[in-house]
Design a protein around this ligand. Structure first.
Ligand code: NAD
Ligand code: DAU
Length: 389
């Protein structure tokens, strides 16, 4: 088997027109997969992937996570103490610690999710985003390359480095169209720029060193265990507390929402069947304005936990916009649908219902993430945010 696909890699500037090649074109023998190293596996999406892999497969999962404010081992649920799950508290900028973990577990696949992920924090303090998302990714790539170059035979051929990225690297859309694998990179926030840089590093490690990589760019995720700095859990928890629901600008910005467990299944599909050197755009075909999202959350809360004072929608407040706020994101997921047969299982309505129920049913998880540091962030981001004039 060749290290590179016979087909041209589907990088953003290759202008490759996606075509269906069906399952016959896949390169990875899933039955040989025994150890996956996941970075950022104690975060929102990473923990969903770890839970999925432990539940649905026989692989051993090595979970490398620095356990920053965004991590929560409680999110791992039944996987936390599972015999096939190993949580290693390691910073991805620490090459020596990474080398030790690669030597110990000899992973066949790396799925790289560890990142600073919140746009507003990247505007307030960008340095941490450059450190983890750029320096951390290059450190991980070098350790993975050394590991892969020391492998032989089938193990070396089967090795994959799956980089998990975002649609934000493509910038902002007008009212029509959608991002796909040929969209040019136009990042607008420090977060998006740092993720774009990490995508470029991954591409370069493939082109220059032949590291067998695959990259996925996904739209907005929502679901259980999301840290409540992000829109949907923020709105759920603030509504339940009777606090204002902050809408940036006019609330007409559009995001394309995907239930996190559908993303976990997509990642599993890509890491086992994706083509080396390819990129896959993942999205839920569920575009909503921010105001529609907030209203949908309020409607579910009104039904499940009615407030005697009236609909939670009464708490909506317009506040100053996010600087450089991208107007619209949308993903065309035809390539992954056609080539790998993946499709989301949840609609936006069913996913929102499940998400609201999860936050209502898990007050202990909620209490533990609402620490002093979280209250401090709310104070910093919202207290001095004047209403638009
Ligand atoms: P998250 O903030 O919930 O989790 C990030 C995890 O990375 C945390 O567990 C944190 O402790 C860990 N981490 C941070 N810095 C680290 C470091 N230096 N070393 C090791 N671990 C570190 O993020 P998320 O929302 O789960 O996103 C995961 C990945 O998916 C990110 O790469 C993000 O860019 C990408 N992504 C997110 C979304 C979304 O909607 N949330 C959409 C598309 C892509
Ligand atoms: O598109 C994928 C990206 O989605 C991921 O790469 C990021 O890691 C993830 O955080 C998310 O970025 P967004 O900036 O789109 O998500 P956030 O939940 O922060 O905001 C969603 C929208 O809601 C956005 O247009 C800003 C708006 N918003 C957000 C907050 C926190 C508000 O109007 N009010 C708020 O208080």
């Amino acid at each position: 088997m060749c290290l590179r696909s016979a087909r041209p890699p589907r990088w953003a500037d290759d202008r490759f027109v996606p075509r269906s090649h069906g399952f016959a074109s896949t390169l990875f023998n899933q039955s040989k997969l025994s150890c996956v190293l996941v970075t950022g596996g104690a975060g929102f999406i990473g923990s969903a992937l770890v839970r999925h892999l432990v539940r649905e497969t026989d692989v051993t999962v090595v979970n490398v996570d620095a356990l920053t404010y965004a991590a929560n081992p409680d999110s791992l649920q039944e996987a936390l103490h599972h015999r096939r799950h190993h949580l290693e508290r390691i910073d991805i900028c620490d090459a020596a610690a990474l080398q030790a973990v690669f030597q110990r577990y000899r992973p066949q696949v790396v799925v790289h999710l560890a990142a600073e992920s919140h746009v507003d924090r990247s505007i307030a303090a960008p340095a941490a985003f450059v450190r983890t998302n750029v320096v951390g990714t290059s450190t991980l790539l070098e350790v993975a390359r050394e590991h892969w170059q020391g492998m032989h035979g089938e193990a070396r051929q089967a090795f994959r480095f799956h980089h998990v990225s975002t649609d934000e690297v493509f910038g902002s859309l007008g009212s029509q169209g959608a991002f796909d694998e040929t969209s040019p990179y136009r990042p607008n926030s420090p977060y998006a720029a740092s993720k774009a840089a990490s995508d470029h590093l991954v591409r370069a490690w493939h082109r220059t060193y032949g590291l067998p990589v695959v990259t996925s760019n996904c739209s907005n995720n929502y679901g259980p265990c999301q840290f409540p700095e992000k829109l949907i859990p923020l709105v759920i928890l603030r509504a339940l507390a009777g606090e204002s629901l902050p809408v940036y600008g006019d609330g007409q910005q559009v995001r394309d929402w995907l239930y996190v467990e559908d993303h976990a299944r997509a990642l599993h599909t890509v890491l086992t069947r994706g083509q080396v050197g390819a990129t896959y755009c993942i999205g839920g075909r569920a575009e909503r304005t921010n105001l529609e999202v907030i209203q949908a959350v309020c409607a579910v809360l009104d039904r499940l936990r009615p407030d005697p004072q009236g609909s939670y929608a009464r708490l909506v407040r317009y506040v100053a916009d996010r600087p450089g706020h991208d107007r619209r994101y949308a993903i065309d997921p035809s390539h992954i649908e056609r080539e790998l047969g993946w499709q989301p299982q949840e609609s936006f309505d069913s996913g929102i219902e499940k998400t609201v129920r999860w936050y209502l049913d898990n007050p202990q998880w909620v209490d533990r993430v609402q620490s002093g540091a979280y209250r401090q962030w709310l104070e910093q981001n919202y207290a001095n945010r004047p209403s638009p004039t």
